[in-house]
Design a binder for this molecule. Structure first.
Ligand SMILES: [Zn+2]
Length: 419
């Protein structure tokens, strides 16, 4: 098994280097994707979702979310992120064991179907919620995950697009919201900034929600292609590489390898490796991924999980089979976040930074008198340059937003997590 994985990994790496990026299928969506010929079976009650091979009606979806909060009150609560233009609820569940044990517990966020017709992730998220809740107290590994991480899941970010033809069906779902706005092109982004675009109602609700939390790792699920798309979307990797690009590639590779244990042909329709920097595929502005990375220091990945946007409902269990282990493992990547190792350094740093994480200031040891120390945000933007007056040196981060920062001197770089 190990050897097989290694070979697969080598193959993936080799092929990635020479892979040609193919155009994105959903860049210009068809005007009328009626789906009339596809096998879409709907569930009009919670019981009809039992075998996970149907899409829920809107009322069934709301009932499922409410029932989980009622069935598992100790570990599950229901949040309303906001409402859509047509008044449908944008919901999230919070799954968290031992909720009060640690106020600085890391927070993780999954969100799907910001494009209303890309509904595979919608059902994957519902099934993931069910799995996490049902496994609590039964699976030691999932119980630990739920105890140690605050897990927030929003299965449906654009309900008006999904239920375009009425609450009873996802047939005729569209990409856009009810005002024909693409919600994944209308977030503030690091290229055009905050004021460049009118923010639609659904996105304003999402912005308020993520601003009220301290998510450190997240993913946004889409369909229309099969590839893991890491930041930036606003720039090619040549224009501006993400400062954690190497970490992203490792995370994506683990995700892809895990899925390919179930299907070797999965996640290959854009690159052979199964992942790409977003802008190298094609550049977009206003995507939520870059918004989360740039404005919230939250490492968000775009997961494109099915070539068809709306897969026939009987194929939903197959996608779950491919994805479930990888989706769960991705939550656990919160333990591998850059900066969480305490005294940071992936390059044998001689400087020491502590406490880390911190809520206000850090002590830096190992600097020479007069040595320059630069403070950067996670995008690599310089915030301040300080001169060491002697060792140890105190660096105050008290006025900065929560997130990950870099302290750089010479060729050494330490990461600091500010709570
Ligand atoms: Zn999409």
């Amino acid at each position: 098994m190990k050897q097989h994985l290694l070979l697969l990994a080598l193959l993936a790496t080799t092929l990635a280097a020479s892979a040609q990026l193919k155009p994105r299928p959903d860049a210009f969506p068809p005007v009328a994707e009626t789906l009339a010929t596809k096998a879409i079976t709907m569930a009009s009650s919670v019981d009809e979702m039992a075998s996970w091979d149907r899409y829920p009606s809107y009322e069934t979806y709301v009932a499922m979310m409410q029932r989980w909060a009622e069935q598992y009150p100790e570990i599950c609560s229901l949040d309303t992120i906001g409402t859509s233009v047509q008044g449908r609820l944008i919901l999230a569940v919070q799954i968290e064991g031992q909720r009060l044990a640690d106020v600085y517990k890391p927070q993780f966020f999954y969100s799907s179907t910001i494009h209303g017709d890309e509904v595979t992730g919608y059902v994957m998220m519902l099934r993931l919620i069910d799995t996490l809740l049902a496994s609590y107290g039964n699976s030691p590994r999932l119980t630990a995950l739920v105890d140690e991480v605050g897990i927030y899941i929003n299965p449906l970010a654009n309900p008006d697009g999904t239920y375009r033809r009425g609450n009873h069906t996802v047939r005729g779902a569209i990409r856009y919201n009810a005002d024909t706005v693409d919600l994944n092109r209308t977030f503030p982004d690091p290229f055009s900034g905050v004021a460049a675009k009118a923010v639609p109602q659904e996105n304003q609700a999402m912005i308020d929600y993520v601003s009220a939390h301290r998510f450190r790792l997240s993913a946004n699920l889409h369909g229309g292609a099969e590839v893991m798309n890491y930041p930036w979307d606003s720039f090619t990797s040549t224009m501006r590489p993400h400062p954690e690009a190497e970490w992203w590639q490792e995370v994506c590779k683990r995700f892809v390898d895990t899925c390919r244990l179930q299907s070797r042909s999965y996640l290959r329709d854009v690159t052979e490796s199964g992942y790409t920097a977003g802008g190298d595929w094609y550049v977009i502005g206003g995507g939520r991924q870059d918004y989360m990375n740039h404005y919230h220091n939250c490492l968000e990945l775009t997961m494109e999980i099915s070539t068809a946007k709306t897969v026939p409902s009987e194929q939903l269990p197959t996608y779950w089979h491919y994805l479930n282990a990888a989706l769960i493992n991705y939550i656990g990547e919160i333990y591998t976040l850059p900066g969480t190792e305490g005294i940071a350094d992936r390059s044998a740093s001689l400087i020491q930074v502590y406490p880390n994480p911190t809520i206000n200031s850090v002590v830096v040891r190992g600097l020479q008198q007069g040595e320059r120390l630069e403070l950067l945000d996670i995008t690599g933007r310089s915030l301040a340059t300080l001169t060491a007056g002697g060792t140890p040196m105190l660096v105050d981060l008290g006025n900065l937003p929560r997130g990950i920062y870099l302290l750089r001197t010479g060729n050494q770089c330490a990461k600091v997590v500010k709570h």
